[in-house]
Design a protein around this ligand. Structure first.
Ligand code: ATP
Length: 202
């Protein structure tokens, strides 16, 4: 029996790193953000709905959407943010379910991981079999966000403040990965969890 697992955590908690580790162990890993981007390619239904909602100013010359402008608009307008999420989140999950179905056809015991920053906030956690939340302490998280994005400490802190607190996310977790130390410790945890989850697919 295949298994669909949602992998989430705060900004810079290690989602991409853990996703890659799962992939190297033999899991199928889907990237919710990448799927979301593909859904708003020019002239797709969600592209049209997004432009109708936010206006032509978000359309670049090549017809792709300007994510920076979208972020600016929804940062200042919570109604538009909600409306945009209502356009995107159900479609992202529907697409993920469709991909999951396809994978299962070829591999009935597949372990499929969805890497999704907004798994909990989007309510899409309800549609997966298990939820994995990556946590790390705030200082480590800020340090990693600063290094990855060349943000100032202030910027990194401000962004974190806008997010659902990790303590809140943990409440939805079936499994927690603690990512405070080095990569070796992380690899060990992911490997152990991979085997635990794989057991559920047999
Ligand atoms: P984002 O929210 O930006 O998408 P993320 O949750 O996907 O981030 P990663 O990109 O995996 O997080 O990790 C953030 C940064 O911290 C990366 O530069 C990554 O290489 C580094 N990192 C993650 N885990 C560890 C670790 N255990 N030891 C050292 N560096 C780490």
């Amino acid at each position: 029996m295949a298994l669909l697992v949602g992998l989430t955590g705060g900004m810079g908690s290690g989602k991409t790193t853990v996703g890659k580790l799962f992939q190297s162990l033999g899991a199928y890993v889907l990237d919710a953000d990448e799927i979301c981007r593909s859904l708003v390619e020019p002239e797709k239904p969600a592209w049209r709905e997004t432009v109708d909602l936010l206006g032509n100013e978000i359309v670049r010359d090549d017809q792709t959407l300007d994510r920076r402008k979208i972020a600016d608009i929804i940062f200042n307008d919570s109604d538009k943010k909600k409306a945009l999420e209502a356009i995107l989140h159900p479609r992202v999950m529907a697409e993920e379910q469709a991909i999951y179905k396809d994978i299962r056809k070829g591999d009935p015991a597949a372990l499929v991981i969805i890497e999704a920053a907004l798994l909990i906030e989007s309510e899409n956690y309800r549609k997966v079999d298990k939820v994995v939340v990556i946590v790390c302490d705030k200082e480590t998280q800020i340090r990693r966000i600063m290094a990855k994005n060349t943000f100032s400490q202030e910027d990194a802190e401000r962004r974190l403040q806008q997010q659902m607190p990790l303590e809140e996310k943990i409440k939805f977790a079936d499994y927690v990965i603690l990512n405070n130390s080095g990569l070796t410790e992380l690899e060990e945890q992911v490997e152990a969890l991979f085997h635990q989850l794989k057991q559920l697919t047999v």
